[in-house]
Design a protein around this ligand. Sequence first.
Ligand SMILES: [Ca+2]
Ligand SMILES: [Ca+2]
Ligand SMILES: [Ca+2]
Length: 667
Amino acid sequence: MSALLTLCVVLLPLATPGRGAQRREPCTDLRPLDVLAEVVPSDGAAGGVRTVQVLGARGLQLSAAPPHAWSFPASRIFFRCDLFPEEFSIVVTLKVPRLPPKKNEYLLTVVAEERDVLLLGLRYSSTHLHFLFLSEDMAGAWQTRVSFRSASLMDSQWHTLVLAVSAGSFSLIMDCGLPVDIMADVPFPATLSVRGARVFVGSRRRTKGLFTGLVRQLVLLPGSDATLRLCPSRNAQLAELSIPRVLQGKPGDNEVLKYPYEADMKVTLGSRPPCTKAQDATFWFDTARKELHLCASSQWVSVLAAKAKLDYVEEHQRLPTNSETLGLEVFGIPGVGLFVAAANRKAKSAVYKWTDGKFVSYQNIPTHQAQSWRHFTIGREIFLAVANFGPNEKGQEVSVIYKWSHRKLKFTPYQRIATHSARDWEAFEVDGEHFLAVANHREGDNHNIDSVIYKWNPSTRLFEANQTIATSGAYDWEFFTVGPYSFLVVANTFNGTSTKVHSHLYIWLVGSFRLFQSFLTLGAADWEVFRIGDRLFLAVANSHSYDVGMQLRNDSYTINSVIYELNVTAQAFVKFQDIPTCSALDWEFFSVGEDHFLVVANSFDGESFSVNSIIYRWQGYEGFVAVHSLPTFGCRDWETFATSAGSYLIYSSAKEPLSRVLRLRTT
Ligand SMILES: [Ca+2]
Ligand SMILES: [Ca+2]
Ligand SMILES: [Ca+2]
């Protein structure tokens, strides 16, 4: 005890900072601070970011927006204290226009907002690059300007500049070349306060002096000289320390899925001009033939061909199936691989395994008008349940749960459950217990029957009926949680006289599901739940509008499907968006990078099964906006999956024995 006390007494003085050291804690992180990324909204699309690709690299054009759009409080990067680092470097990659004499444009400024005083700035003119900073002492404050000759900046090429500052030494390096060093009488201040200041990119807070070129990189590296990290570089004009996400990616890649993109529209007229790396992404209009060409990878390609390349998705695999496929379920088995189970209309369904980048038939399983498969796990055990719509050879209506045999590497029958024209299984867990819910569609002609929720009994190791819920032509169950609450929503299709019926959402309360909210739906075939940020949405696929005695017409199928959003205050889902669909049977939500998409399975327009299915992109305030049409035939189900090689969509057809795997083209 006393030894410990002594130790504490000895350690105590050591823990107090030595007065003589005077070493300041840095106010920022000592890593490259991507100033440009700070001003680019993470959702580039919504922020109206203007991205321009020129000479094979992308840059931002800032002059389209007012100066304040490209600024942020200095406290965002100087979060520990208010002092600008004494030693630092600034890295800029830019392409500047030729400026008239005497005109100046600002690349970066730090402005004390209240006093409207420039604390630090970087600007350039037709001949010089100027670094400005505020010096203060007892006598007052004055601005110091350090100027580098920079005529070669104006040659319409990309350049990467590193300005390294350390006390009285200012050094400028262009494209990893020889440094130009200036020793100034006035050193950079050791204590430049940025309290209440704002960082402006491409301006000095006003429209005057707005940067009109393209900027690709703007990084502050506190504490050190960035040339040590950047140079030498294979591509010195575009040497990278940190680039905002919106500007990343290989030029030429399709990135329609990512951000709005424009090529610098430079069109050469006349006979064939050269097409080398320098002309990349420029156009040539062949005046004789009236054809537009794009220079890509040192080759002129006709713009029609270039357009085809700009597809969101490309066909990756045509997957012939045993018969028409009603449902698809993609799942992985740890250590074994990736699989898709196809619910086929005729006597057998198939499980395919992803092998060498394609789905290959793996196992056939006898089914009876199978509608869908559901994969789930209980502990280490892996199951696959099929919803059989038709009766078996003995006339019994039975759906089957299969279990993966780790020994045989196949699915084997595990439990049979009596169902009534089963459409769908949903598997979920509440409070550590496992459940399966079946959507019983009809019994004979009666659509108003019970659907059943089964609970896993760990001692018998079987599912047992736990709760019945009255449904009307049930088609789909979807489970989700919100915080501690568990929800189950059913898609009711038809009550015997009309498809205009309520589909119900249930909440789990003390041991069973109770009605929470009802939605008026039109032949609802699918519910899809998804999250964007902290918002929760439910989308219903409305298949058709029909009342007994009414003639089915074309406009019975071209109806709205609806997206609802959870309003936490109202504790209810409220309508968010109507989307016109053609006998929609499925919604599938997926994300690519930071973008979110919904794809709908449009199956029938009243006349034909050849209907386009549509991909919608989340555009925030505007909701979901159609961005791509995919020709489909009797489209029934969409699923998404990803492998190390990329992201894919797969869809099945209820009208032909062919499913298709599509690859998402991303940067
Ligand atoms: Ca479902
Ligand atoms: Ca769905
Ligand atoms: Ca689906």
